[in-house]
Design a protein around this ligand. Structure first.
Ligand code: PLP
Length: 401
């Protein structure tokens, strides 16, 4: 009895989620410590203490007020979220990135996923095209399908995993409404270079003029703060006028279950006023209504907090060096918490299945629109990384590496 749309979604059900469930089953069978589950991007470091303190303080403050007839922190609010929360985030961004936002430029969202969906609902008509750079976060397909839009895939340079800009230029059409950029990238860990972003901006400007259209660059940036080796946190609005930002606290404060993030619409974006109003309405009519109230206020008190980047950096070095030494070809991650590994055989699904024999769980590259590679999410304990290396050695031996 399910709809045709959902029947299709069920057939292509997320490879990552399926792998996650398989991991749970293997852990029950072989013991948690004997399964090396690199499948899911669930942060491995706890949320900062300040965040839990802020939640407690907020509840105590709300209880202390205790006004009957007023729901206070538990009540409905404007669909965009609390004004003081948006203003605090705007000021934090301005301080860090030299922008000039106010509360008016922000809408609080139900994570990055909620943010992308309300942007898409606001800008997409059926058959519109959204360009993505392979490899990409697989759910973009479903988000575009929610609004009957099409995903158009641009190939990467297979050495650097920077996008192929000639391919980008050739794929922009009069129906291109948006290009999604995700840097630091899931699944490669690559950061797009400032020159790459400048070139992307120039191509989009040129194509807008050619077709007489507006093309939005959507910066999907849940990993903005997760950068290594002296790489700087970047904010993409400076490269191109029509840039919209979708941010999430899921990874930066280890809060994926709380569902909190925001969208930024800069004043200089085309039709900014209409966009903001559209995004607010979409937040309501898609059923989110508003981002969760308590956690909005809590993150606003923790904007100076950072996740434990050093923790992930240690896993990154150990896994990258360990696997490279074993003969695997890996892209050195510059950010996020993923390692992108070339499959020793063309069909990476075969490689993934071989890995399972040694209790290694990896996600196939085709789930990210890029077969021939696999993704390892190293947001796991140091012990899991360390204890997985002998299993990877056995896997390497299977392929004579
Ligand atoms: N975009 C990318 C690139 C992601 O990796 C993720 C989650 O892993 C999301 C969006 C969704 O994030 P959220 O949990 O904030 O909805």
């Amino acid at each position: 009895m399910v709809s045709k749309r959902i029947q299709k979604a069920l057939e292509g059900n997320s490879a990552i989620r399926a792998m996650f469930n398989e991991g749970r089953e293997m852990a029950a069978k072989y013991g948690e410590e004997n399964v090396f589950d690199f499948s899911l991007g669930n942060p491995a470091t706890p949320a900062p203490k300040a965040l839990n303190d802020a939640i407690r303080d907020l509840l105590d403050e709300a209880d202390a007020k205790g006004a009957a007839g007023s729901l206070g922190i538990h009540g409905y609010m404007a669909n965009a979220g609390y004004e003081e929360v948006r203003q605090a985030i705007a000021e934090n961004l301005n301080e860090r990135f030299g922008t000039k936002f106010t509360a008016h430029n922000l809408v609080m969202t139900v994570g990055a996923a909620g943010g992308l969906n309300i942007i898409f609902k606001t800008i997409l008509d059926p058959d519109d095209e959204v360009i993505v750079f392979a490899p990409f976060f697989g759910e973009y397909r479903q988000y575009a399908a929610n609004f009957d839009a099409k995903i158009v895939i641009v190939q990467p340079n297979l050495e650097t995993f920077q996008p192929d800009l000639a391919d980008l230029e050739s794929k922009i059409t009069a129906r291109t409404k948006a290009l999604i950029v995700n840097t630091p990238n899931n699944p490669t860990g690559v950061i797009y270079k400032p020159q790459t972003m400048e070139q992307i901006g120039a191509i989009l400007e040129k194509k807008q003029a050619e077709f007489g259209t507006d093309i939005y660059l959507i910066s999907d940036e849940p990993y903005r703060e997760l950068v290594y080796d002296g790489n700087k946190e970047d904010f993409l609005t400076k490269y191109y006028r029509n840039t919209l930002v979708g941010y999430s606290f899921s990874k930066s404060l280890s809060l994926p279950g709380e569902r909190i993030g925001y969208v930024v619409v800069p004043d200089e974006a085309a039709d900014a006023e209409e966009l903001i109003r559209g995004i607010e309405i979409s937040n309501r009519t898609l059923g989110f209504v508003n981002a969760p109230s308590l956690i909005q206020k809590a993150v606003a008190r923790c904007l100076a907090e950072k996740t434990d980047v050093a923790f992930y950096d240690e896993n990154r070095s150990r896994l990258y060096e360990g696997l490279t030494k074993l003969g695997f070809t890996c892209i050195k991650p510059e950010g996020a918490f993923y390692l992108w590994v070339k499959s020793p055989v063309e069909n990476e699904e075969e490689f993934v299945n071989e890995g399972k024999k040694f209790n290694l769980l990896m996600v196939k590259g085709s789930a990210f629109g890029c077969p021939g590679f696999v993704r390892l999410a190293y947001c796991v304990s140091h012990e899991t990384v360390e204890h997985s290396l002998p299993a990877f050695a056995k896997l390497a031996a299977v392929y004579g590496l």
